[in-house]
Design a protein around this ligand. Structure first.
Ligand code: NAD
Length: 322
């Protein structure tokens, strides 16, 4: 199989490429990544010389480049996106451009080149917030941040291409991922890298917002399952079904790092902060996937990685001025 993976220098899809190259030694992968502020070539260090791997630095909004590249593959997995909610609140332009227009460019190239499968990587945030119960794949989208609205817009476009052009598309919506190589502006790596430097952790509001945390390799295995067993035209929710408040997660990190609760600094809540995300994942279980890494174990592995890889995150936090 020949895959085009976009955003493969970011957090999740560098893990995904590593997973595929290890598990399927005859698959070929092209990674198309613009290397934005959070794209990092170091994330691909251990596999960049693999003979089945090719990196192209470029933008998914670049029609000519995308069409040329798609001619070389059977499957497209679109993981490239602007991903940080706080940045989308300050300026949504690059989110609308990459997450919606970029998806359109890839869908057009998929249509013209008759790809076998197109996998759109979406998020639980597209459904919006829910106080009780869990979203199923057919539920309406009700996004609240410019980030999630851009992701939801892309999902609607993918659905339209499925119905209008018969594009062989599948959508995955996953919950919050965590693990190694995650850019230290997201909650878990931000808090770990702050605590490792003796700095307080900025917790939004009272920390009562609820999130489902999925270890990144579990998401990679899920996308692998969808690649091989996912039915064209379907959408799949991917979550650990282990929901915690942000305060609980923060206290777990403090405990694992041997720091007191006094290291929490409550800061003004995020505008339009979604209270709870929750998804029903029975469709994924029906095609043979389930999460394997328990939260405590995943957090320990993540902390260990950040402790041992200061070379990776120190220059980033310096650049962020954090
Ligand atoms: P990330 O921010 O770590 O990486 C995104 C990557 O996309 C970077 O390497 C960046 O350089 C690249 N990119 C951005 N704009 C591009 C463009 N125009 N052209 C080419 N490349 C571009 O993201 P992540 O956290 O790994 O998320 C990957 C995907 O998974 C995204 O689609 C995101 O919406 C989705 N997702 C993430 C989470 C999560 O918890 N991290 C949860 C659900 C869904």
């Amino acid at each position: 199989m020949r895959l085009l993976v976009t955003g493969g220098c970011g957090f999740i899809f560098s893990h995904f490429i590593r997973h595929i190259l290890q598990k399927y030694p005859d698959y070929k992968i092209i990674n198309l990544d613009k290397l934005t502020y959070c794209g990092n070539i170091e994330n691909t260090k251990d596999f960049r010389n693999n003979r089945n791997y090719k990196f192209i630095k470029g933008d998914i909004c670049d029609k000519k480049l995308v069409e040329r590249t798609v001619k070389e593959v059977d499957v497209i997995i679109n993981g490239a996106a602007e991903t940080h909610v706080d940045r989308s609140i300050i300026d949504a332009g690059s989110f609308v451009k990459t997450d919606i227009f970029g998806t359109y460019v890839l869908l057009e190239a998929a249509r013209k080149n008759d790809v076998e499968k197109y996998i759109q990587i979406s998020t639980d945030e597209a459904y919006g917030s829910v106080e009780r119960g869990s979203f199923k794949e057919g539920d309406p989208l009700n996004p609240n941040s410019p980030y999630s609205a851009s992701k939801a817009g892309a999902d609607l476009l993918v659905g339209a291409y499925r119905r209008t052009h018969g594009t062989p598309a599948v959508i995955t919506r996953s919950s919050n991922n965590y693990g190694s190589y995650q850019f230290p502006e997201k909650l878990i790596p931000l808090f770990i890298t702050n605590l490792l430097r003796g700095k307080k952790v900025p917790l939004y509001g009272d920390g009562s917002n609820v999130r489902d945390w999925l270890f990144v390799t579990d998401n990679c295995a899920a996308v692998d399952t969808v690649l091989h067993k996912g039915k064209i035209g379907e959408t799949y929710n991917i979550a650990s079904s282990d929901e915690r408040t942000n305060l609980e997660i923060t206290k777990m990190l403090l405990k694992l790092l041997g720091k007191p609760d006094g290291m929490i600094q409550h800061v003004q809540d995020r505008k339009g902060h979604d209270f709870r995300y929750s998804m029903d994942c029975s469709k994924m279980r029906a095609i043979g996937w389930k999460p394997r890494v328990k939260l405590e174990e995943g957090l320990e592995m993540t902390i260990e990685w950040y402790k041992n890889n200061e070379w990776w995150w120190r220059p980033i936090v310096k650049k962020l001025g954090n």
